[in-house]
Design a protein around this ligand. Structure first.
Ligand code: GLY
Ligand code: MN
Ligand code: MN
Length: 455
């Protein structure tokens, strides 16, 4: 059933090159001063049960700066005679560990195959960093990821020893580099865009496969397994976030991930699923009828959401504020609900964030940055003003309407009881028109009805 998948998805793009990693590093380091030290620790491993860990995924800042994927690692940069040097601390070669857990590049492999000048075994952190700290005034460190490293730096800042007293040597300040890295990560390079387009294409085709395999009584978990299988079969690492596969009332729970109910004839199923390819997330939602045909009530809501989504995508243009899509989507949703009698307020009243009725049925934002993290980094309102779109930013556009008949806080219109519809695409801001990375995922009623249940 997966034979054609890779063919439809097409050839894989090139991974991020060594030159690009070095450019990223210099983009950050050129903002620092000579007596600064940069330390980016890996994310700690976490326990799933007893002695079994969750599958490891490194911190996105580490992936961004040097592409190192393994745990117990640290990226370091320091300045020497006016030149920046980069280094990785990594797990050393260890035959016993490698027999049990997998091969390690080790120190030699790291320096040979990763974009750094030097590498050290991770157990040398204290020795090497202590030496560097003698010449450092400020440390850029994301604290809270590595307690041992935090303690070394804090100790160095607090130290009142001979070096400090006699020569005023040693760090006096610790700063978080995350905000600077976030600014760099917000604008995607051509190589990143190619990877994100590919991740979106894998995800779009996975949704198509799930549509094909949908029919009454299929389990939410079965559709989830098809999506996850498609991601991995196509070469993605897996999901960028847990799949949301909710049918009927489950579709009205925004982050429903239990995925344990059978899909019933007459219900709509909402699937929000995106792959992670070479670290880059896709984030796509589609909603379709379990039986293969929308009822007229479902189609009414679907059309309103689709119109809202298209209006929002049209706002994804360089120079527009980032929240222009949200405003456009809310306006179309409110107008649509007024037209069909779900909202009885005026348009202005309906849009009021405090007491407008739209918020009963549409309670989330229309999008978020997308990149190495599904909810990617980058400030939305620097200096309290909405950021303007720039070419190279990628944002999701994901309006929806959710009519949970189970909710005690509002009275759900009976015609739409337990209907949840969201349509989500990933959009690249360009110099010109919005570039929808996930455009190959079907979304008109006609396209969807022609696919559902055809497997
Ligand atoms: N998949 C989570 C979201 O759409 O934000
Ligand atoms: Mn999503
Ligand atoms: Mn999203």
């Amino acid at each position: 059933m997966f034979e054609q998948l890779r063919e439809v998805i097409g050839p894989a793009p090139a991974p991020i090159s060594t030159e690009e990693y070095k450019t990223r590093q210099m983009n950050l380091l050129s903002q620092l001063e000579e007596h600064d030290l940069l330390l980016i620790p890996s994310r700690p491993e976490s326990i799933r049960s007893n002695d079994v860990h969750f599958p490891y995924r490194n911190h996105s800042d580490m992936l961004y700066m040097c592409g190192w994927e393994d745990p117990e690692s640290l990226f370091m940069a320091y300045s020497e005679n006016g030149n920046w040097k980069t280094a990785l601390f990594v797990q050393p070669k260890d035959i016993l560990k490698e027999i049990w857990e997998g091969r390690r590049p080790g120190v030699e492999g790291a320096v040979k195959d990763w974009p750094v000048d030097e590498a050290y075994a991770i157990d040398r952190i204290s020795t090497v960093i202590d030496e560097k700290l003698e010449k450092v005034k400020r440390v850029y460190l994301r604290q809270g990821l590595d307690a041992e490293l935090d303690a070394i730096i804090q100790d160095a800042v607090m130290r009142r020893d001979r070096l400090r007293q006699q020569f005023d040597l040693g760090p006096v300040a610790v700063e978080d580099p995350s905000a600077r890295i976030a600014e760099l990560r917000l604008i995607k390079s051509p190589a990143e865009i190619a990877l994100m387009r590919y991740s979106a294409q894998i995800s779009a085709q996975a949704h198509v496969m799930a549509m094909r395999h949908t029919s009454p009584d299929v389990g939410e978990w079965q559709l989830e397994s098809i999506i996850e299988c498609a991601f991995k079969y196509a070469g993605a690492q897996g999901n960028a976030y847990p799949c949301i596969v909710g049918s009927g009332e489950n579709a009205t729970i925004l982050h429903y991930t239990v995925n344990r109910d059978p899909c019933k004839e007459g219900d709509v199923i909402l699937i929000d699923a995106g792959s992670e390819y070479q670290g880059y997330a896709a984030d796509i939602t589609r909603s379709w009828p379990v039986s293969g045909a929308f009822t007229s009530a479902q189609a009414k809501i679907y059309d309103i959401v689709l119109e809202a989504q298209e209006a929002a995508i049209a706002e994804c243009k360089a120079g527009n504020p980032f929240n222009a899509p949200h405003k456009a989507a809310r306006t179309v949703l409110a107008k649509g609900l007024i037209e069909i009698g779900v909202i009885t307020q005026t348009l202005e009243e309906a849009l009021n964030p405090e007491n407008g009725e739209l918020r009963h049925w549409y309670m989330h934002n229309t999008g978020h940055w997308l990149g190495l993290d599904v909810h990617d980094v980058g400030v939305y309102r620097p200096n309290m003003e909405p950021r303007l779109f720039e070419p190279g930013m990628v944002i999701t556009v994901e309006p929806g309407l959710y009519f949970g008949a189970w909710r005690p806080d509002v009275e759900c219109p009976i015609e739409f009881a337990n209907l949840g519809i969201r349509i989500e695409d990933d959009v690249l801001i360009t110099e010109g028109e919005p570039d929808v990375l996930s455009k190959d995922c079907p979304k008109t009623i006609q396209e969807i009805e022609a696919i559902v249940g055809t497997a």
